[in-house]
Write a protein that binds this ligand. Structure first.
Ligand SMILES: C[S@@+](CC[C@H](N)C(=O)[O-])C[C@H]1O[C@@H](n2cnc3c(N)ncnc32)[C@H](O)[C@@H]1O
Length: 275
């Protein structure tokens, strides 16, 4: 049983509390095995190195250094987010945190599109949710939930939850839940570079990510897969996707969720994490 709450976001829009159940057997982004499996491990993995890229190790090291340089040359995170990162580092799975670049990208998309309503699927301690809220006007909304609601359509949706459900998530979103000028950002679409492994050597999570990457190409989306850290895919609705903008759909069964909108003090951030 896993529950958490993001009660409010600093300086920006409201992030709505979520409390959810999630099977621990699910395919979890950033989850490491007993000994861990990082992008460095992936680069040393003979199935990756032997199958696809000869210089994967050097390539990954370069990618890491380049990523860190990009972070250093991007606007610093707010104090709130820096504190949140520090607090999350004390928890069991700090590797679940997204990259600061992901936060910066989400914030840029929100500002570029003047987004006022965002949906996040997969919140953990609220790093990306609060980051999105910071970029929004005071009356904006970041909804962190696993149960789609009548709040649609959204200008932006960040999907960072279980990989095996991603096709279901985007198929649902394609039914009018994303505004015509909006977008969906999906994390981990390179999945530790395992998507580069030869076919037939994919574990369940890798297969889910590979299937997802191919699935969205055939869907009603403009697709851009960016090699930012573990892969970020940007989906924008094609014109046919704007037809059902007023349509909302209640969904249950993605996960058992209790969503509770809470009054908040925009000056304060409260986090409760129970694992
Ligand atoms: C990688 S973490 C999210 C990290 C967060 N976006 C950030 O950057 O700080 C993935 C989250 O997805 C959640 N999750 C996993 N399976 C889920 C499911 N079926 N429905 C909803 N959330 C799920 C997990 O509980 C976890 O908190």
């Amino acid at each position: 049983m896993l529950g958490w709450g993001v009660l409010s976001a600093a300086a920006g829009a409201t992030a709505v509390l979520l409390l959810q159940w999630w099977s621990r057997t699910a395919c979890r982004p950033g989850r490491r095995g007993r000994k861990g499996y990082t992008s460095i491990d992936a680069a040393r993995d003979p199935e990756v190195v032997g199958g696809v890229i000869a210089d994967a190790y050097e390539g990954t090291m370069l990618a890491t250094v380049r990523h860190d340089y990009c972070v250093a040359m991007s606007t610093s995170l707010s104090e709130t987010l820096q504190e949140l990162v520090q607090e999350t580092q004390q928890l069991k799975m700090p590797q679940m945190l997204s990259s600061p670049l992901t936060v910066r990208l989400l914030q840029s998309l929100i500002r570029a599109g003047s987004a006022t309503r965002a949906l996040e699927i997969g919140t953990y301690t609220g790093f990306t949710a609060v980051g999105m809220a910071e970029a929004m006007p005071q009356d904006g909304l970041v909804l962190c939930l696993d149960d789609f609601s009548d709040e649609a359509p959204f200008d932006l949706c960040f999907i960072d939850a279980d990989k095996e459900s991603q096709i279901a998530y985007v198929d649902l979103l394609s039914e009018g839940l994303i505004s015509a000028g909006g977008c969906v950002v999906v994390d981990n679409t390179l999945w530790y570079s395992r998507v580069l492994r030869p076919r037939g050597r994919h574990d369940a999570c890798t297969k889910a990510v590979v299937d997802f990457n191919q699935h969205v190409l055939k869907g009603p989306w403009h697709v851009a897969l960016l090699p930012i850290r573990d892969g970020l895919t940007i989906l924008q609705p094609r014109s046919t996707c704007g037809d059902g903008l007023q349509k909302t759909r209640r969904r249950s069964g993605v996960a058992t969720a209790v969503v509770d909108g809470l009054p908040c003090d925009p000056e304060e951030l409260y986090l409760e994490v129970t694992m």
